[in-house]
Design a protein around this ligand. Structure first.
Ligand code: NAD
Length: 453
């Protein structure tokens, strides 16, 4: 499989792709290795992940460059992702052992009722490219710590990173057959989803998630889906316009807009629309579009060149329906880039407000009051995150309680915390990773009824 740098369109590596037959063999290895891995002391498994954390930190700059060259993430942001892994792994390291302990639910002289937690067995992890360290580790770290073995298929656009992760885990002490990378695109993903795994955790688009859900439904295995979003933010009339604009521009354009929780729709109270839009466009004008290997670059090429056509279509549709283009709107001069684009006077019937853009583009819609904002925010198939910028928490809380999304933000956005469940509603997915819920997702309870003779 040829790995292409989206910034240059040069082939930078050629790696052997898995076949249907090699996926079967890899599954057999993972199955055979699982009982021994589950039987290792939890301290041994924790030690390996601790060492993995330290190896990531020690190799941060080299790993960042690998990620930048294969998917175009600006190198500073690639480094930020790897640096933030320490905190995420520390959460798993400090929380998992407690959550695995047996719980005594009832006890009297003759009877004890106890809950034990057992690993799934073999876990398939089919993953996305946009934050390969974060979205991968949300699955394979708790899976490994709780005693499952893992077949990890990185996205075909983050293969070199996936292989580097496998090397580092093995160097850290995870046995070669307890964590196996599976290399390839959709066909290999399909082959993996057909294996008799015990659980399948998927991160990617709603369209692919739907195919996997259909392919696995009749097997009654554990499945979880972290899918796309169309995340709205409502800016109330009492905010500091400059601060809100700066935070939201970053939330919309970081990682060139290719985050599942990117700000994808902005609703602003009409009273402050003019100064807010001015400040927003000014911030966006300061973003450096350029060579992703330069530390000064904020917006790089899109990982998928075809996405440019999707963004162009969204602009065209919005303009035809009456939106105003304030900046950008077309492919950039540098290969693979799209100019940061701001549209205003948009309405919810435009593609830019309905379909996940996954690129450096944002629509700003003017609203009259909180009721209208709530209606518009909920007018979507997705339900990943939503936020309110407002002076007063009481007002923001009132609004956010009525918004159907898995994560809600007050005066912040595009944010994930390992301590909180990461969970999508509706087309954004099913199930949670991160937090205690995201560790428990990797174990199955066994109920023990113990009566003394
Ligand atoms: P994608 O659906 O194109 O691919 C995801 C993975 O599925 C890849 O590894 C791919 O090779 C594999 N795949 C493709 N077809 C398959 C099939 N038929 N059977 C099995 N596997 C198959 O998604 P992507 O472009 O890699 O990622 C972008 C999407 O992921 C966006 O929609 C984004 O919002 C979403 N995402 C969500 C989260 C979240 O936490 N909710 C996080 C990151 C990305």
């Amino acid at each position: 499989m040829k790995i292409v740098n989206p910034a240059t369109e040069q082939v930078i590596a050629d790696v052997p792709e898995d076949t249907a037959a090699s996926v079967v063999q890899k599954f057999a290895r993972a199955r055979a290795a699982q009982p021994a891995w589950a039987a290792t002391a939890i301290d041994v498994r924790l030690h390996a992940i601790r060492r993995f954390r330290d190896l990531l930190a020690a190799n941060k700059d080299a790993l960042a460059l690998v990620l930048t060259r294969e998917m175009g993430k600006p190198v500073k942001q690639a480094g930020n992702e790897i640096a933030a892994m320490s905190g995420r792994l520390d959460f798993f390291l400090s929380s998992t052992a407690n959550l695995l302990r047996d719980e005594v639910a009832f006890k009297d002289a003759g009877l004890e009722e106890r809950i034990a937690y057992e690993p799934w067995g073999v876990v398939a992890n089919i993953s996305a490219w946009n934050y390969p360290y974060f979205v991968g580790s949300n699955v394979f770290v708790p899976a490994l710590l709780t005693g499952s073995t893992v077949l990890y298929k990185p996205s075909e656009l983050a293969t070199m990173t996936g292989l580097a992760i496998a090397d580092l885990l093995h160097e850290a002490g995870v046995p070669a057959d307890a964590f196996i990378a599976v290399v390839g695109g959709g066909t290999v993903g399909t082959a993996l989803s057909r294996q008799p795994v015990d659980a399948l955790f998927f991160t990617g688009s709603h369209a692919t998630g739907q195919k996997i859900a259909e392919a696995t439904a009749s097997r009654f295995i554990k499945t979880q889906f972290e899918l796309g979003g169309k995340d709205p933010i409502y800016v109330c009339g009492d905010v500091d316009v400059a601060i809100a604009a700066e935070g939201l521009a970053d939330g919309a354009f970081y990682n060139s807009g290719q985050s599942c929780c990117s700000v994808e729709r902005i609703y602003v109270e009409r009273t402050i629309a003019a100064p807010f839009v001015d400040a927003f466009v000014k911030t966006v004008g300061g973003f450096v579009v350029g060579d992703p290997e330069s530390p000064a670059t904020y917006i790089g090429p899109l990982a998928r060149p075809q996405q440019i056509t999707v963004l162009e279509a969204q602009v065209k549709d919005a303009l035809a329906k009456g939106a105003r283009l304030l900046c950008g709107g077309r492919a950039g001069e540098r290969r693979g880039t799209f100019e940061p684009t701001v549209l205003t006077d948009v309405t919810n019937d435009m593609l830019v407000m309905r379909e996940e853009s996954f690129g450096p583009i944002i629509g700003i819609c003017l609203v009259d009051d909180d009721e209208q904002a709530i209606r518009q925010m909920n007018d979507t198939d997705y339900g990943l995150t939503a936020g309110v910028y407002a002076k007063d928490y009481a007002r923001a809380g009132r609004i956010l309680r009525r918004v159907n999304a898995g994560s809600v933000y007050w005066n912040c956005c595009d944010r994930v915390s390992p301590r909180l469940p990461w969970t999508g509603r509706k087309h954004s997915g099913m199930g949670s990773t991160l937090s205690a819920a995201g560790i428990r997702a990797f174990v199955q309870p066994k109920a023990w009824h113990l009566r003394s003779p």
